[in-house]
Ligand binder design. Sequence first.
Ligand code: MG
Length: 380
Amino acid sequence: MHPSLATLDEKIVAMDVWHVALPVNSRRDHGIGTVANAIEIVVVKLTSESGSVGYGEASPWAVFTGTAEGNFAALDRYLRPYVVGKKLSDFEVVMALAQKAVVHCTDGKAALEAAWLDLAGRILSKPVWELLGEKCRNEIPLSCSLANPDFDQDIALAERLVDDGVRYVKLKTGFKDHAFDLMRLETLKRDFPSLTVRVDYNQGLSVEQAMKQVPEIDKLEPSFIEQPVAFHEYDAMARLREMTSVPLLADESVFGPEDMRRAIRENICDGVSVKIMKSGGMVRGMQVAEIAAEAGLPGYGGDMFETGLAHLAGVHMIAVAPNISLGCEFYQATYYLEQDLMTAPFPIKNGMVQVPDGPGLGMDMDVELMEKLCVRKSRK
Ligand code: MG
C-alpha cells in the first residue's frame, strides 16, 4: 500500500448501508441461473470526521457468491463494529479482521475495502490505483457478455458493440442445449469477424456432458472456454484442459488466493477470471493475479452484475495488475442497466475502459437515484 495511507489519522465516524434494486433491460441466462427484471446490490458509504465520504459496492448473485440480504447483514451487523471509530490508517488491520469476523460475504468485504480506499484517496487527492501499486495500463479492452435466450436480441447487441468499437464478446453457454450453443458460436464467428469470441459455461454442464460437448466447442476455436463444470469438479477441469486446444479458464473454481494455489497445483486451468466480488476486494484480487502470474497464467477481469461503482474498483485493481491481460467485462453500467448509479457515464472510449486518474475511485454517486431505488437502509 502507498505509505501516505499510514499517515491518515482521520477517523471514520459513520457507515451507511443501502440495499438497492436496479432495473435491467433484458433477461440473461447463465449456466447456473437467470437474471431478469432487476439486479440487487448493497452500497456502503463511509464518512470521516472532516465530512469526506467514500462509497463501495457489493454485487452478490445468490447462485454464485451469495445474497444481497446476507451481504447487507455482514456489513451492517458483523463488520460495522470493526469500522466505525477506526482511523483510516488502520486499513490493513481492519481488512484482516473483516476476513475473520464473518465467513464468505466476499462481496461485502470488497464493498468495505472500496469505500475505505475511495474515502482515503479523496482525502489524499490520489486515485485508488496509486494507493494499491504501480500503474501498468491506462485503458482495458472491454468485453460484453451475450446471454439473451432470444439470440436475435443478442445479434442486435453485437451490431451495436461493433459500432461502438468493442472487439470482445463472451457467449454464455450451457443454459439451453448444445445445438443452440454451436449455432450461436458459429453465427458470431461467421457474421462478426471483427469480434473475438469467448465462451463461458458458468458451471452449466455435468462432467459427462462436458467431456462430449466441450471438445466440439473447442473445434470452433473460441479464444477461451470458461468454467464448463461445477466449481468443485477440479479433476474434470484438469481433464478438460488436456482435451482442449484453446485455453481453459477457471472462474467459479477460484475465489481467492487459496483456491488459486490449489488450481495451479492441480493443473485445472490456463488462465483465471479475477473478480473483486469473489476474492473479497482489490488487494486479495491482486494476490490471485500475482499467484497466477508466477505460474505463467494470465488473468481476465471478470465481474458480477454490477453498477459503475463496483466496475470502478475492478478497473483500479486491473490498472496495477500486469497479468490481468485478457480484458474486462465491465459492460453492465453501459449496456445492461436501465440507469447506472453514477452521475456521469462509465468511461469507455472506442471499446476500451479508461482508468480514472481523479481522487478515490474517480466518479461520483447519484445519491438521489440510489435513494429512489433503495429497498432498505441502515445507518448508525
Ligand atoms: Mg464466468
